[in-house]
Design a protein around this ligand. Structure first.
Ligand code: NCD
Length: 304
């Protein structure tokens, strides 16, 4: 895979991750110090699925390093509505932009587009596949709050369809991290992800109840049940609301537990948790800007 394409978290080594996180820390310390770094760079936004954080933090990041965006807009308002293929759309927009960010409902979409375009490409989520830029900001947040080595993390919720989970679990195999997966049986990790984790030497420990492991955790990473990916709404209704946390659930947790969530949340974390020291999910979302500044900086340099 080209080094100016970030398609899955599987391609990230520990060194790659540390380079981005170290650079992000520099951007974080003084975001306005880099405003002329990539003057005139244009980032093409191709979002075929809803997005708030990912899209807006990419927009903020490119503007903070001197660039700007061109945005395909919604699927409804674009030529996709007229039947244009994804490959054609991407090939057209690469002519307007110095790098592309793609979010698409189909798993594998970013890999496919990567075969057609020459400018740097960042996968901002491909269906139930991967979301590697989210993972980098997750790792940045973990490093700041709990450290990446000697880490015990619980990843809870929709492990089957949750692309942030797939990417994070892969990336964590680069570190000395004990990973516990908590979900209903029907939403356990997909076989392909479990296989890859085993291949990289990670132990996959699965639980159906959080209570079993909560007291040992340094980080609890909560995720939304991905309603839009369920083939059958009844299946969603059967487990909706089952995997939530509130102050009572968190009582057995360590005092310095870090609670994360890629957001948006629906009802997985009660709002009463927001005012505790556990709550790190808004900080996590804010970290999207320095981390994406660092990534774009690197990609725009590699792509030259
Ligand atoms: C996530 C996604 O799109 O996969 N959101 C995000 O990018 N922060 C998580 C989700 O939608 O549940």
């Amino acid at each position: 895979m080209r080094n100016d394409q970030l398609i899955t978290a599987k391609q990230l080594s520990r060194g790659d991750i540390e380079d981005v996180l170290d650079r992000a820390a520099e951007f974080d310390a003084d975001p306005s110090a880099f405003r002329d770094r990539h003057a005139d760079a244009i980032l093409g936004l191709l979002f075929f699925e809803p997005s708030t954080r990912t899209k807006m933090s990419f927009e903020t990041a490119i503007k903070r390093i001197g660039g700007d965006t061109v945005d395909m807009g919604t699927v409804e308002s674009s030529s996709v509505k007229k039947g244009e293929s994804l490959a054609d759309t991407a090939r057209v927009i690469e002519g307007y932009a110095d790098a592309l960010v793609l979010r698409h409902p189909s798993q594998g979409a970013a890999k496919m587009v990567g075969e057609f375009v020459d400018v740097p490409l960042l996968n901002a989520g491909d269906g139930a596949g991967h979301h590697p830029t989210q993972t980098l900001l997750d790792l940045y947040t973990i490093r700041e709050n709990a450290g990446l080595d000697d880490l015990t993390i619980g990843i809870m919720g929709d492990l089957k369809y949750g692309r942030t989970v797939h990417s994070l679990a892969h990336a964590l195999t680069n570190f000395d991290a004990d990973q516990h997966f908590v979900s209903p049986e029907s939403l356990q990790l997909p076989r392909s992800v479990r296989y890859d984790l085993h291949e990289s030497g990670a132990m996959v420990r699965e639980h159906t109840e959080l209570d079993d492991i909560l007291p040992s955790l340094d980080v609890l990473y909560v995720t939304r049940i991905q309603r839009e990916r369920f083939p059958d709404e009844n299946e969603y209704q059967e487990i909706a609301g089952e995997y939530g946390i509130d102050l009572e659930t968190l009582e057995p947790a360590k005092d310095d537990l870090t609670v994360m969530h890629p957001l948006p949340r629906v009802d997985e974390i009660a709002p009463e948790v927001d005012d505790t020291d556990y709550a790190t999910y808004f900080e996590q979302a804010h970290n999207g800007v320095p981390v994406r500044m660092a990534l774009l900086d690197q990609m725009l340099e590699d792509g030259q």
